[in-house]
Write a protein that binds this ligand. Structure first.
Ligand code: ATP
Ligand code: MG
Ligand code: MG
Ligand code: MG
Length: 565
């Protein structure tokens, strides 16, 4: 590509609304442009990177024996009624009507559609196991779209779904997918960790998230320094041993050390009048919604107080009716209410994601946590809550736990029969009897990976792409092309020679001053830069600099080719 014929549109100013490095750099490099909240146009430059990721994902999925197909992104309501998710999926589901007033959603995921496909296509155990995948646009009406394409509303996902006769067969494909994911993220040059994740409401036997390690990550993960144990924090907390900790004297202390805060304290912190805080107060913060039930001198524990401090955001007051609608429980009763044993502990795998809406009311052996503003409340008995902290003993007894931040870029999940049962997806087994199929699902956030890579790999000058994701591997920069035809010709020749060798190269023939040209190439993260100048031409050398090197060095064309193989 000749840059004079490309649309490169780097931006000098750091956009005010961009909070994290990848969002800033993607905007500055001109990779994405915002259309509306959570909606982005991928510029020609951004698309080159996105396609690189997509191709690696596709190659490895094919290598792992998965078969590509493409499903519609618009899906009929009836199908979602069959699994009960039309209502249950909550506010992330974008519902739309056609001209005949028939209802559809824009697919946030494709379990329903693929299972419908499978129930029609698959008739015999001889067709199993089979693993279908697609790379396609999803829409989720995220409560708080942020960080650019990291948490967008429209985004590109690779989603795969496997069908099996037996649990053993599912476990085998799951292992193959796990390996494929490991290959994908390794090839993409990312530093990542596979962690155990909760299987939650869906049940099933196993689930792992692939987390790219980055301080800006929205997720917390716990891993042992003495074994392979690694889990996301929710899973780690469900398993963590308490024996290491001093026995809690009260249930409340087990959640966190309580500190007494008066309504006046909280009101002062929030900057609202205390008489507005009589009942329940909801805060809308950076991390979603947090609720506090304030009655009398309700205790605010340190976790919450810290959370409040860090959230800071705008505060809103909610009526009892609003709380009731959101959590299905009267706010005034959250404290004293006793949960019957029949109320299950609901750990929904999406709940923590939508919003961490934490209700108080610890005093009576019950604690509502991770409640989702739009759907299920996660109800946990206080006795079941552990706060996993740095230095805790690993649940497997080997080593101690460390806590790190991560970005979820992939998720594999043994679904079991949930969807196949709901949609009656059966095959004939080798006895000639009908049997419900067992399923697995495997997602990768293709567009999120682009942002995650930048979070991990950038410096003051800009993006530092891993070779596999760079829009071009080499930039050939021409100093003063208009006035030095020989330089221009040599640059053209080198550019053509590199491309002919299959080394993707961009020719910066825009005629910019060296400073501006170099700054752009560093900002957009090109791994190798070669400068052709009058001086070098005479000496028979090129001026080479790797993206993370601090000095240029003179090398010959042959040396350059050797370096790039
Ligand atoms: P998160 O916890 O970040 O909300 P998720 O668990 O809801 O993600 P999955 O349903 O597991 O997401 O979807 C598979 C993958 O799609 C995720 O691992 C993630 O990489 C990607 N993904 C999910 N939501 C978004 C989003 N809003 N923007 C970009 N990528 C996303
Ligand atoms: Mg998640
Ligand atoms: Mg989510
Ligand atoms: Mg997930």
């Amino acid at each position: 590509m000749r840059l004079s014929q490309f649309h490169l549109a780097t931006v000098k100013e750091i956009p005010a609304d961009a909070e994290i490095a990848s969002h800033k750099l993607m905007l500055r490099a001109g990779m994405i442009r915002r259309l509306a909240s959570g909606l982005y146009t991928w510029s020609p430059l951004g698309l080159r990177v996105l396609r690189k990721v997509e191709n690696v994902v596709r190659e490895e999925m094919n290598r792992a024996g998965a078969i590509e197909l493409l499903m519609p992104s618009v899906q009929p309501r009836e199908l979602w009624e069959e699994t009960g998710r039309w209502e249950k999926f909550g506010g992330q589901l974008l519902k739309i009507k056609d001209r005949k007033q028939q209802e559809f959603c824009y697919g946030p995921t494709h379990e329903e559609v693929i299972t419908d496909f499978a129930r029609n296509e698959l008739k015999s155990y001889k067709q199993l196991p089979v693993n279908f995948y697609q790379i396609q646009t999803k829409f989720r009406d995220e409560i708080r779209p942020r960080f650019g394409v990291m948490r967008a509303r429209e985004f590109l996902m690779k989603d795969a779904y496997s069908f099996h006769l037996t649990q053993e067969s599912l476990a085998a494909t799951y292992a193959v997918m796990y390996q494929a994911y490991t290959r994908i993220f390794t090839r993409l040059g990312l530093s990542f960790r596979a962690v155990q994740a909760d299987t939650g409401a869906i049940g099933g036997n196993a689930s792992h998230e692939f987390q790219v390690l980055a301080d800006s990550g929205e997720d917390a993960i716990a891993f042992s320094d003495g074994s392979d144990y690694a889990a996301n924090i929710e899973k780690a907390e469900a398993l963590a041993p308490t024996s290491e900790r001093p026995a809690a004297t009260t249930a409340l202390q087990q959640v966190a050390t309580p500190t007494q805060k008066t309504i006046e304290d909280v009101a002062a912190f929030l900057g609202v009048s205390p008489d507005r805080c009589v009942k329940t107060l909801l805060l809308r913060g950076r991390d979603g919604l947090v609720a506090l039930c304030l009655r009398g001198d309700h205790q605010v524990n340190e976790v919450k107080a810290a959370k409040l401090d860090e959230l800071g955001g705008e505060s809103i007051l909610a009526s009892e009716e609003e709380i009731l609608a959101a959590v299905g429980t009267r706010p005034g009763s959250i404290g004293p209410v006793k949960l019957p044993d029949s109320i299950p502990v609901i750990v929904d795998r999406d709940a923590a994601v939508l919003a961490d809406f934490v209700c108080g009311g610890n005093a009576d052996g019950t604690h509502y946590t991770g409640a989702n503003w739009e759907r299920d409340v996660r109800v946990t008995r206080i006795a079941d809550i552990r706060n996993v902290v740095e230095g805790d003993r690993s649940p497997d007894g080997e080593g101690i736990l460390h806590i790190a931040r991560g970005i979820e870029v992939g998720h594999v999940f043994q679904l079991g029969t949930k969807y196949a049962e709901a949609l009656d997806a059966v095959v004939l087994n080798d006895q000639g009897k009908t049997q419900v199929m067992t399923m697995g699902c495997y997602g990768i956030g293709v567009s999120r990976i682009v942002a995650a890579a930048i979070e991990q790999r950038h410096d003051d000058a800009g993006i530092v792409w891993p070779e596999a994701m760079a829009p071009w591997r080499v930039a050939v920069c021409v100093i003063n092309p208009k006035h030095l035809p020989a330089v221009s010709e040599a640059a053209q020749a080198l550019y053509e020679a590199l491309n002919a060798r299959g080394i993707e190269t961009v020719l910066d023939d825009r005629g910019l001053r060296p400073g501006g040209m170099f700054a752009d190439m560093e900002l957009i993260g090109i791994p190798h830069r070669v400068v052709i100048s009058d001086r070098g031409l005479t000496a028979g050398t090129l001026e080479y600099r790797g993206r993370t090197e601090t000095e240029s060095r003179a090398i010959t064309q042959e040396q350059l080719f050797d370096l790039l193989v």
